[in-house]
Design a binder for this molecule. Structure first.
Ligand SMILES: NC(=O)C1=CN([C@@H]2O[C@H](COP(=O)(O)OP(=O)(O)OC[C@H]3O[C@@H](n4cnc5c(N)ncnc54)[C@H](OP(=O)(O)O)[C@@H]3O)[C@@H](O)[C@H]2O)C=CC1
Ligand SMILES: O=C(O)[C@@H]1CCC=N1
Length: 267
């Protein structure tokens, strides 16, 4: 099975690296990139061929679209004439519905919409997949197997993809933002930046492992840290006073609305 990744930017390169790390033969992979210097650098690093979108469309069994949603029209125009209705098309693009691809590609084209995230780079992606009209269970299985090499996969109805995008697609950015803010707090308290960073990053990794491995609800884990009359409850009170929970609800809702907007721009 040959796979072409269209747009080897942040998420496209993460997938390329992850697939190779997961055992794919670089000879079965190709990518497209607009700038020759970037393409040459990727070829040198991964041993994968850079090609034009037209060649990728004509030769690959699976096309994975990883360009920004704003760039999709040019890609569809280049693909249209070069794919057959049998090529499996996988979209990683926020907001873009499978119907957009189905309308612009040959009749019967199987399309699977995916929302991955960047922890793919370390084999810890969370990806959600949804079939378009012509994607069969077999197509979904192909995509699921590909993504299992770089992390976890869930299947969701397509109408949940904007919410997924807001939660796990953008999610790593919220955690990084939190870590950044906590390191700044360490600076405020007079700690050297390197020490503050080590304290917070290890606390983040340890907390994530506890969430995954203990099977406990986050509330129970937080309560176990929160001693009566102690330090943690003093901090939690400030988080509540500053509306941090409400800020997360509003922020994630805004991300969902933006995902839906990106889709509407291409209807
Ligand atoms: N970053 C993330 O965490 C996630 C991103 N996504 C989705 O993945 C997609 C890519 O995002 P991201 O990787 O962040 O963006 P990037 O801008 O890093 O990557 C997009 C890449 O596509 C290239 N490109 C654009 N048009 C073409 C074209 N016509 N032919 C070939 N290459 C092209 C761009 O080149 P150039 O640099 O020249 O513009 C760029 O290298 C988006 O649709 C996004 O919604 C999904 C989940 C998570
Ligand atoms: O910010 C974005 O639009 C993309 C989609 C999800 C994560 N990054």
């Amino acid at each position: 099975m040959t796979i072409a990744i269209l747009g080897a930017g942040k998420i496209g390169e993460a997938l390329l690296a992850g697939l190779i790390y997961g055992g794919f033969d670089p000879a079965d992979l190709m990518f497209t990139e607009r700038y020759p210097t970037r393409a040459a650098q990727l070829t040198e690093q991964y041993g994968v061929r850079g090609v034009e979108v037209a060649e990728a469309g004509a030769t690959a069994d699976v096309i994975i679209v990883a360009v920004k949603p704003q760039d999709i029209d040019a890609v569809l125009a280049d693909l249209r004439a070069n794919v057959t209705g049998k090529t499996l098309v996988v979209s990683l693009c926020a907001g873009l519905p499978t119907a957009l691809y189905e309308r612009n590609l040959p009749d019967g084209t199987p399309v699977v919409r995916v929302m991955p995230n960047t922890p793919m780079l370390v084999g810890e992606a969370m990806s959600a997949i949804s079939p378009g009209t012509h994607a069969t269970d077999e197509h979904l299985q192909i995509v699921e197997d590909l993504l299992l090499t770089v992390g976890k996969v869930v299947r969701v109805p397509e109408n949940q993809q904007d919410a997924v995008t807001a939660l796990s697609g953008s999610g790593p950015a919220y955690f990084f933002f939190l870590v950044e803010a906590m390191i700044d707090a360490g600076i405020l308290l007079g700690l050297p930046r390197t020490v503050a960073a080590e304290l917070i990053i290890q606390s983040a990794v340890g907390s994530a492992k506890m969430l995954r491995e203990s099977g406990e609800h986050p509330v129970a884990l937080r309560e176990a840290v929160t001693s009566p009359g102690g330090t943690t409850i003093a901090a939690i009170r400030e988080l509540e006073v500053h509306g941090v929970r409400a800020a997360f609800l509003a922020a994630i809702e805004a991300a969902q609305l933006r995902s839906a907007e990106l889709g509407k721009a291409h209807q």
